[in-house]
Design a protein around this ligand. Structure first.
Ligand SMILES: [Zn+2]
Length: 414
């Protein structure tokens, strides 16, 4: 069935086709012009104009039409929540006390271990439905709450099974070095990571990931994981410079990491090299906000030419946030981004992190017709903080979510 999107107030398009990413200092070249487009029967964008003879018509009057949003950093699947811990944190209970009482990553690891597969998958699928209603058409899953060889591989297998239960495209990242499990040192756990890497990659994981932090793994472990990723033929990603300045960036750049995520405490000398590399800077304003963390120097990264990306970091501990429009609102305010910079950061550049930019992330002929229709011009996404501007979501050209007040917009051909 073909679908014509008619008379949009804004259609977000890149300055040229086939870009693997667009450095954020070129975001001003993204166009937000009025227009329409047609999705063909094959689910791909067939033309950058409306077609009178299409089977389905979407009246996009007064709306912005965007590529489907891409969330390149989530910790799905996980089990349960940690709301009580959040209340303790905001009211001033020290983290050490929370951790001693069994909180933190260990608490999510225990919950995952004790929850049957089907319940884990159901929670994740329900969250994916919520994400769809906020415009997310592609998202990343991570392991990392397994904290044992079997646990990590189970999490990756559940992430693979989740694909069949959700409407979105998904990818899997093996966050094998998330926290040092009891009974191990960072070094002896890295031996386990090395041993389980082939099995992790066999589950379909397309990246290895690590948490480099004073309370977790160090830059030597990052160096080792970089070698493991290269040997396994998968991308290297890393949680770095979140709380402490560890100087992870030069090490990760030597391994041509696909992305470095967090960066709130990045050393000023590392901004230039990161910005001139092909490694994306994934900023997580939800985690920064919920954790009252330092603000990543996004403006400096943008101006130096970095590939800047925004993501939710959706997880039950530090960022239980699943809405990319909310993340855009937080990112624009915290980082001083304009609308085009922020939209680029949750579309094409996020697709690059997941190695899907050839197929997703921008509105151009031949790409999958994953599209988001906003109820307003795109500038409203950041401005009306907390309002969900998503009126409808289309996957491969077909309606996947339609808000009740937007149903009138979608009609069969007369
Ligand atoms: Zn994370």
């Amino acid at each position: 069935m073909s679908t014509s999107f008619d008379n949009a107030a804004q259609v977000l398009t890149p300055p040229e086709p086939n870009l693997p990413y667009l450095r954020t200092n070129r975001a001003g070249e993204m166009r937000l012009d009025p227009g329409g487009l047609t999705a063909g029967e094959d689910g791909r964008i067939a033309a950058l104009e409306a077609t009178r003879t299409a089977d389905l018509h979407v009246d996009a009057t007064d709306c912005a039409l965007l590529p489907g949003l891409v969330d390149c950093h989530t910790h799905l699947p996980f089990a349960g929540w940690r709301a009580q811990e959040y209340e303790q944190k905001v009211t001033g209970v020290p983290y050490e006390e929370i951790a001693r009482a069994g909180g933190g990553i260990a608490s999510s690891a225990r919950a995952l271990r004790e929850t049957p597969d089907d319940a884990v998958l159901q929670q994740a699928a329900d969250l994916a439905t919520e994400m769809l209603a906020h415009g997310t058409t592609t998202f990343e899953c991570k392991s990392g709450y397994g904290l044992s060889r079997d646990g990590e591989l189970r999490a990756l297998k559940l992430a693979a099974e989740l694909r069949a239960r959700v409407r979105q495209q998904t990818t899997r990242t093996a966050l094998l070095a998330h926290a040092v499990p009891e009974g191990y040192t960072a070094k002896t756990w890295m031996d386990e990571v090395e041993a389980m890497t082939p099995a992790a990659v066999d589950t379909g994981a397309s990246a290895l990931d690590i948490f480099v932090e004073s309370i977790a793994f160090d830059v030597e472990d990052l160096d080792r994981l970089g070698k493991l990723a290269a040997g396994a033929g998968v991308a290297l990603r890393a949680h770095v410079e979140q709380f402490s300045t560890m100087r992870s960036v030069p090490v990760a750049l030597r391994h041509d990491a696909r992305s470095l995520d967090h960066l709130s405490a990045i050393h000023p000398d590392d901004i230039g090299p990161l910005a001139s590399s092909n490694t994306a800077a994934v900023l997580l304003p939800g985690a920064e906000f919920m954790g009252a963390e330092a603000t990543a120097p996004a403006r400096d990264l943008v101006d130096a030419g970095a590939i800047v990306v925004l993501a939710t970091d959706a997880n039950p501990g530090t960022s239980p946030v699943f809405s990319l429009p909310l993340i855009v609102g937080l990112g624009v305010r915290r980082y001083g981004l304009d609308t085009r910079e922020a939209l680029l950061a949750v579309t094409l550049n996020a697709a690059y992190v997941l190695d899907h930019a050839h197929d997703l992330g921008s509105i151009e002929v031949g790409k999958r017709a994953d599209l988001v229709l906003l109820d307003s011009p795109s500038e409203h996404m950041a401005y009306r903080l907390g309002h969900n501007p998503v009126a409808a979501v289309f996957i491969a050209g077909q309606p996947a979510y339609v808000r009740s007040d937007a149903e009138w917009r979608i009609t069969p051909a007369p």
